[in-house]
Design a protein around this ligand. Sequence first.
Ligand SMILES: *[C@@H]1O[C@H](CO)[C@@H](O)[C@H](O)[C@H]1NC(C)=O
Length: 464
Amino acid sequence: MLLRMMMVVMGRGARTTRPMEYRVAQLEALGRFLEEKKQDILEATALDMGKVRRRGAGNGGDQRLEELGPAMERWVPHVEGVLQATRLDSAFIRKEPYGVVLIMGPWCCPINLLLGPLIGAIAAGNCVVIKPSEMTENVEKLMAEALPSYLDRDCFAVVTTSTQETTRLLENKFDYIFFAGKPSVGRMVMAAAAKHLTPVTLELGGKNPCYVSDTCDVRSVARRLAWGRFFNAGQTCVAPDYVLCTLEMQEKLLPALQKVITEFYGSNPRESPDFGRIVEGKEFQRLQMLLRSRRVAIGGQMDEKDLYIAPTVLVDVQPSDPIMQEIILGPILPIVVVANVNEAIDFINSRERPLAVYVFSSDDKVWSISRVLERTSSGGFCSNDTLMHMILTSLPFGGIGSSGLGRYHGKFTFDTFTHQRGCLHRNMGLEALNTLRYPPYSQHRMGIVCAASGVKHKGSCTLL
Ligand SMILES: *[C@@H]1O[C@H](CO)[C@@H](O)[C@H](O)[C@H]1NC(C)=O
């Protein structure tokens, strides 16, 4: 009820959020929040995600704030060319905010996936209701307590809700919803949005395959792969979820991965300040179940009290195993053996479309890389590395099919939260010319209309 009242106020407030200076001022305030609360943000994420020294936890995956002011000035007043037929008129696209946007953050990138979209929503001139994930309670608390004192309270609000309350929150009529999280919750969000015909962006993550061809520099592959898989203890939506390679490559990859894990996290990763913990007990138990099924080639140690799971590699994995049925979101890397690149492609295509496809190959002719790229479909793609395509703000980022809907990052985030209103300013003069388009119609008149509007199809003429 309170929220509904607030949204009415915010909806009206939408006019105040439009001036460029207002948007820039709010973004600057957000910048101050990130700067002044850097330590608190690091501590809150560390408390939620284990004792990780998280470098650059602030605004990593999106446009840098200071670049946004000038960029916005280029993006907002965008006028398309005037139509040929109406030289006295002017046609243009007005970039308008949707109104009140709801941003629901996930627990796996609790800062980036909340503030990245927020930046775009502010830049586009919207009012925003921000809902951090209830699973990362320290980040949630910090956002609820600290962020409102930086942003304009009339137009930006942080709400904290339990799972049941989230259902009620979604009963409200928002003008746009950005959701990042689990596919099952994504379906719920989209169903709730459908009641009000509210457009959505869904970032759902995916079971991202990584094909490693027989020809590659195994040591570098192991480093890039382990970094992507074990970053944040595997809890990122874009992490390589499993490896596809030949048995021959698996035999080379295993010792290389073992070596790299030791280099990264020492002989006991549990003591490493750079290796994270599982977000909470229920997630830990889910991962524990997944781990049970197959042969552990590397790691496998667990401690429920500490929510610790060692960097783990599984072999002899079958496509029907539980670990191959869901997104892992943990520090576990299964290797599925395939005979060749064609079998790897078939394997990828027999499943839901992932958020990312990764391929490593040193083929001179980049044969396997382009073959996988051309014959598969996924939200994004990166060859010879993992995660890096997500960091480039010039690339749109988002899923396809069950890995999500819509795209964002950099200007794409601005576009996500912007309605492109197609507008035409007509001239009231030359009314005589319009006579032709009004009824009653005759064959003769229609002929002239067709000629004038330049629409000439054989034997037919459609106006509008
Ligand atoms: C992948 O890396 C290998 C080895 O450096 C290189 O030969 C190949 O061209 C790269 N592939 C692509 C698509 O850039």
